[in-house]
Write a protein that binds this ligand. Structure first.
Ligand code: G6P
Length: 610
């Protein structure tokens, strides 16, 4: 949420910052701004809109200077307009700041500043911090000290980068709750919200820790806590390649990521799954194996798509490991004083590893003594660091705001986790082998679905103007129905709801008429006949049925208006295959409606505010 890039070195900062911002736009795209220092002056250009909107009106190459910062915004305080765009400056215009996060006590600080005669140009909490730092600088005469002093009074979350004409050969960065990394180049240093903005300059990075500050100059960098205690930083190598964050010939990142799933899914079990023994090796769980074996209960906490994966995880773990599982929205879990015992295991699922609510939930769980495990995609992210142990998804960078490949990788990891735990308990080697065999076939089965997208495009064309959609599934596919509905609403802005199919009779059936498309996930499992009855109920009320069904299911075409075929797998793995056509359906409907698939309105990929 909000993208930040800062640069200090020998090259022209502005074009470099702007190209970095383009890579961070998935974090927010309400407004864009840059600030570059040159000859004791500061030039700021900022506008509502995307990076390309700024480029259209400002000749970026005409901005000279080799120190600067830039920002793409996801609005929290104040509408997306030019005045609210970052960077924000202090009263005298000598200090500029970009900010990601929320300053919760900004009104208190603002009042204090107003009574001291200061005024404001924007509605943002971030400008209050800039003005506050400026006021402190006047008395302290030291930028680092002014930033540090201001931050000790701030409540809330921040990733900030500050530059100033008063001390022009320096950049100050600090974080609490919002990620920042340093890019270590040759005579040049960058600071950014994530590695994608620096990888074209350097692969060497330092992840700033909670409550840490960094001072960057052309000659080096130092890190310390906000309380001024020196810290030791570890330089790490970026774990992905540049091509992975480029569109690579696809029209959208989302489509590219959908089509990457045969590979990303395989990467999720490569080196982990032992088909011969029907077992799984999850090296990252080594430190907590005993706690897992003894766990009386597992709580999975997550947000958004990751929460849907958690629901599938609940079914899988209870089935295979016979341990009770509860799934909680992280935002609810953290605030309701949950009952947690020391023999509980809490699993946090997160693509980004930075979601504020999920992070707060694991902190709460740790405080109460639970063992905390992360299932995270972004290597080195905060959740990955703060958990006792974990399993990476290995899906590679996901840029499209609507999550696709991370979801199937989450299901891949959850299936293996359930088998891992199950094999310590009642699951036999043969049962494990059957599951591992089926899992191993999934990548090729996904390819077959992707190779046959034409019928899905046609269905998308026919229903693109619908105002509502219902998604129904049972058992393992109830969460898949929720996820299908979420994908559609996120990118096409069509209202869609997911429901357990049998629950339809208790409400949603009232909505069904000839204008209501209903997507059924109907694999041939033990409740297939019940799903077919639910389909009949919809047809009896003139609803239009789109069924996701096995490729050898001959009966379904007689009851459904449209059938999307998927290869047959074991019931446990059906939500993985069902999600592929659901992703494509949402994608093609959004295209038909002319929506911006990769940057849907109001959304952001990484939600680092509450
Ligand atoms: C945002 C994203 C979703 C994502 C959710 C949780 O809402 O738009 O795609 O599922 O956050 O994010 P996480 O990174 O924790 O999985």
């Amino acid at each position: 949420m909000c993208g930040i890039v800062g640069y200090i070195g020998t090259q022209q900062a502005a074009p470099l910052i702007v190209s970095g911002l383009k890579r961070l736009e998935y974090r927010g795209y309400d407004s864009t701004g840059v600030c570059v220092l040159s000859d004791d002056a500061m030039r700021i250009e900022k506008r509502a809109g995307r990076v390309k909107d700024l480029e259209n009106i400002v000749d970026i190459a005409s901005i000279h200077g080799s120190v600067g910062v830039g920002h793409t915004r996801w609005a929290t305080h104040g509408v997306p307009n030019d005045a609210n765009a970052h960077p924000h400056t202090d009263q005298d215009g000598g200090i500029a700041l970009v900010h990601n996060g929320i300053i919760e006590n900004y009104l208190t600080i603002k009042k204090k500043l107003e009574s001291a005669g200061y005024s404001f140009r924007s509605d943002t909490d971030s400008e209050v911090l800039a003005v506050f730092i400026g006021m402190l600088y006047k008395t302290l005469g030291d930028l680092e000290l002014a930033v540090r002093t201001a931050l000790t009074e701030v409540e809330g979350t921040f990733g900030i980068v500050v530059v100033s004409v008063h001390e022009p050969d320096m950049i100050i960065a600090a974080r609490r709750g919002s990620p920042l990394i340093l890019g270590i180049g040759n005579g040049e240093y960058l600071v950014a919200s994530d590695a994608s903005a620096v990888i074209s300059h350097t692969r060497q990075v330092v992840y700033l820790q909670e409550n840490e500050m960094a001072i960057l100059t052309r000659d080096g960098f130092s890190t310390k806590t906000i309380e001024n205690v020196d810290t030791r930083s570890v330089v790490e190598e970026i774990a992905f390649e540049l091509e992975q964050i480029e569109r690579g010939g696809f029209d959208h990142f989302m489509l590219k990521e959908i089509y990457e799933q045969p590979i990303t899914f395989r990467d999720g079990f490569r080196g982990r799954l032992n088909i011969e023994e029907g077992s799984v090796r999850l090296g990252g769980l080594g430190p907590v194996v005993d706690q897992l074996r003894q766990a009386k209960r597992i709580i999975i906490t997550a947000c958004g798509t990751s929460w849907h994966a958690a629901l599938v995880g609940e079914y899988l773990i209870e089935q295979l490991a016979r341990v009770p599982v509860e799934v909680e929205y992280a935002s609810e879990f953290r605030y309701r004083n949950p009952i947690i015992h020391h023999d509980d295991v809490v699993i946090a699922i997160s693509q980004s590893g930075e979601t504020a609510d999920t992070l707060a939930a694991i902190r709460e769980a740790k405080l109460k003594g639970a063992t905390v495990i992360g299932m995270v995609n972004v290597v080195g992210s905060t959740i990955a660091r703060e958990t006792d142990a974990g399993v990476y998804l290995h899906a590679g960078p996901e840029i499209g705001v609507a999550s696709t490949k991370a979801f199937t990788s989450q299901l891949c990891v959850l299936t293996q986790f359930a088998l891992f735990l199950g094999r310590m308990k009642a699951v036999s080697a043969q049962q494990g082998k059957d599951l591992a065999d089926a899992l191993e076939q999934i990548p090729e089965q996904i390819t077959r679905i992707l190779d046959n997208a034409e019928p899905i495009k046609k269905i998308a064309h026919e229903y693109a103007q619908a105002s509502n959609f219902l998604y129904l599934g049972r058992g393992y596919n109830f969460p898949a129905a929720l996820e299908g509905a979420l994908k559609l609403k996120e990118i096409s802005y069509i209202h869609a709801e997911g429901y357990p199919a049998a629950e339809m009779k208790h409400g949603p059936i009232a909505l069904i008429d000839e204008n209501m498309p209903v997507v059924f996930i109907a694999p041939k499992d033990e409740i297939y006949d019940k799903i077919v009855s639910n389909i009949e109920e919809v047809r009896a009320r003139n609803g239009r049925v789109i069924a996701i069904a096995d490729d050898d299911d001959e009966h379904i075409a007689r009851v459904a208006n449209h059938v999307i075929r998927v290869p047959r797998t074991i019931p446990m793995l059906t939500p993985i295959l069902a999600s592929i056509p659901l992703q494509l359906l949402a994608y093609y409907i959004a295209l038909e409606r002319g929506c911006n698939v990769d940057m849907p309105r109001n959304l952001a990929k990484s939600v680092t505010v509450e």
